[in-house]
Write a protein that binds this ligand. Sequence first.
Ligand code: 5GP
Length: 172
Amino acid sequence: MELAQIIITEEEIKQRVAELGAQITADYQGRDLFVICILKGAAVFMSDLIRQIKVPVEIDFMSLSSYGASTKTSGVVRMLRDLDREIAGKHILVVEDIVDTGLTLSYLKENLMVRKPASLKICTFLDKPSRRQVDLKPDYCGREIEDYFVVGYGLDFNEKGRELPYVAIVKE
Ligand code: 5GP
């Protein structure tokens, strides 16, 4: 895998994650938060983010099928791993790496709402609003980006590049 350009530096990520954590802390004062990390891409972001959130946090993980070896979405969402715990009556924050077409999260939102949480919000590290196919707006977003395929900070290209501490565009 060859990288074309770094678009978000390690320092910028750190700064933005701290800001998001402060915003979430303010919004959830006096409440406990149940964070759902969408594997695998959001694992890096989630682990940094929860350390910037100053209200009590519980975490759980879900895994949904993603692109596989291609960089195009199929529109088909499969659940590969479900939550360990029930979420009824809890304040849920879904943490995602990137929202592209929005199909994955709109499916997930519907699936989770059936379980009757007290509230449900979405926090995504990156957003590509120009690619949206369904009406879905994240409640918290680290950064909006153009329609590039990016890797790093949890995001992969064929399972490579997740460990990079910055976000970079993959060379076509
Ligand atoms: P959506 O259902 O919103 O189209 O797709 C969201 C998922 O697509 C993300 O969780 C991620 O797995 C994948 N994805 C979309 N854009 C990118 C990208 O630029 N880089 C990487 N690595 N994954 C992406």
